[in-house]
Design a protein around this ligand. Sequence first.
Ligand code: SF4
Length: 215
Amino acid sequence: MTLTELQTSLLECQRCRLASGRTQVVFGTGNPHATIMFVGEAPGFYEDKQGEPFVGAAGKLLNELLGSIGLSRSDIYIANVIKCRPPNNRDPQPDEVSTCKPFLLNQIQFIRPHLVCTLGNFATQTLLNTKVGISKVRGRAIPLPDFVVFPLFHPAAALHQGNLKALLVEDFQKLKDVLETMKQQLTDSPLPEPSSQTQEQSEPEAIQPIQMNLF
Ligand code: SF4
């Protein structure tokens, strides 16, 4: 299966109760070969209508933050843990998470990012399998076997709590440093060339751990 085939296979997904209230499945968007991926919680009102994660005010702030470190949406891939909008933007329920999370893990497996930035408590706790709050782990590179997690406050939270915005801006500068260190390490020790097949055509492979001396 490819990333595109995974997306197609979810278009009519009815695996959990969120299917009944959605306008459409919001799978994810961006560069399918990105080295950096952003993961949020679940689609909101505008995402559900437009079919794209992080549109509206939070998306605009995210775009500005990306721009502040020389990135644009076309450089990254962005998705949510949950692919369908919960009613009235309520928190996703545990059974909805356990049903939908495997598709996020599939996306990560296809895209093979080196760095996954989790936006907010929910995505951070889901990917790190922890109950530790975002305030304790934000702005830190946390290595997992197959990629590095870099938790950040959710842009929507920063919009609603003014004091968080400065911290989010600060953490993006730390992210810039992490990316530069990572780039240097990859230049010094390049990963093996991919096979002649494009990633979209290839079967998913085991993700290679990256030696991140920084961590
Ligand atoms: S939230 Fe995920 S598991 Fe539930 S219906 Fe949507 S795509 Fe399927």
